[in-house]
Design a protein. Sequence first.
Length: 171
Amino acid sequence: GEQVIESYYGSESKPEFNSVLGFPLYQSIERVFSEGSAPAQLAYRLQQHMKYADPYTVVNFVDNHDVKRFLAAGSLPNFKQALSVIFTIPGIPVIYQGSEQAHKETRQAMFAGGYMTEEDQYNTESEMYRFIQSLAELRTSHKVLTRGTLSILDASEFGPGLLAYRRDYQG
């Protein structure tokens, strides 16, 4: 997956895109946190992610308009873990509209009259909104989470389990 994504950057003599969407990472996040696959799969994907020309500009996501919402099949605690990963690894975390309100339906609108919505959904006091806000504050308060290197410390190879990684930045 990373080889295909890497090709979109072009070459030194013919540059193309400055950044890409991290679909290979998304797929591993989905498998591990929603489907219960071994965290070693995500550890491998994170190691590959770090091989991009600039892993700090790759757009990381848990769900978007082209895929089913995480919560369509995954649990709220697992959704929080998946979001915690994209906020603590290299890349740009992107939250799809409605995820901060724990939407389960793909493309469900946030405001009254939109797709599958009879009333406004935007609530800055919702549990998910506040959780994502805390992740954003954590990330922007610590340079290591935006620019640090990433090292895998451990990852379970069979079934659900442990994924531990370390970030380092200027000591």
